[in-house]
Design a protein around this ligand. Sequence first.
Ligand SMILES: Cc1ncc(COP(=O)(O)O)c(C=O)c1O
Length: 399
Amino acid sequence: MFEQIINTIEFEPILINKALGSWIWDTEGKKYLDCESGMWCSNLGHNHPRVIQAAKNQLDKIIHRNKSFLTPITLEAADAILKFMPTSFDKITFLNSGSEAMEFAISFAKKATKQEKVLSLQDSYLGAFGEAKESSYTSLDKLELKIPYPVCYEESCDCLENTRLAIDRTLDGIIDEIACFALEPVMVSGGVFKPCNQFIKYICDEIQSNGGLVVVDEVTTGFGRTGKKFGYELLGIKPDVVVLGKALGNGYPVSAIITTSEHEIKCSSSELYYAQSHQLDPLGAAVAKEVVKVFEEDSIIERNQNTIIELEQFFKSLNYGFIEEVRSIGMMFALKFKDYKGFKAGELVVRLKDELLAEGVSVGYNVGKGLLRLLPPLTMNAEEVQYLKEKMRNVFSNI
Ligand SMILES: Cc1ncc(COP(=O)(O)O)c(C=O)c1O
């Protein structure tokens, strides 16, 4: 349909040319409630006025420079983000995408530990290319290093008792070769699953006590998406490296990797060398600094808690024969469908996604996993929640 664009993915047949808050508009002027926050990036809503103003102010000063120069705004953003973190870190660098930052983090872990292997969980999505991709569910590589995990919300449970042997078997003989456990605290594109805390703590302890690092991928779970500032807070672990992306720029492409000087000094300066054209650019830093300020000053996460509860209750109340399961963690929701009345689950997913779009609601979907997925902006208001409920009930009732 759009002949000039390489068909990397299947595109919707509309063109979007405006966005504000929870809404996007197509070129015909029709508006849609964006329940995916763009690509799970605009946690503060699209074109947040303060973020846009900060970017405009920076545009007038300087947006880019040679990699040898730092700018004041980059240092200010660095300080603001390090202070915003729930556990103590003193080192950061800025990059552009989540995938790039995960690649950097994995490579950093290898250099800091002089170990090579990367452990991850089954269903994780850690990046679009390189080792981050190889360690994700989207690749068939390194299956022996992708650990199956139990999903559990109990404070005390027997998950670990049941799985310890399998973990030990996976780690047996390779534990001192593991550079990092690259952990997505909630498997978001993998299906919205949170692994059991005891299970995760055990793996992290094993890795960290054998010289490996825990690299937490907060690209999607960061900035309030799980109901906490960061997803790792749900798991009660202490990461060595945290990777930020998506919501850090609220739609602008800026990412970051955060660690400690204790780990940095394990790498030589030639090992630390990394250079690409836009790392640490002032425009991204200005945006990131303002995002953090808005989160703090407007108590975004605290104010989102009631919406989380209301949406969770709504999704769990949906009583339709084609819904097999509702998953909900913070401001992330997944509806798992089953085959119904001659339709395959995947067909239903596409049909409902299309009908919702026609009704003015944009949702995410995964045909293979039979899922509709919603990660709305954290700033979604009561009226928008009502709109979503009404449209969903209308569309679902017609199946
Ligand atoms: C958990 C996680 N890590 C990494 C990435 C990659 O980020 P990006 O798409 O910005 O490269 C994503 C993207 O969806 C993600 O969800």
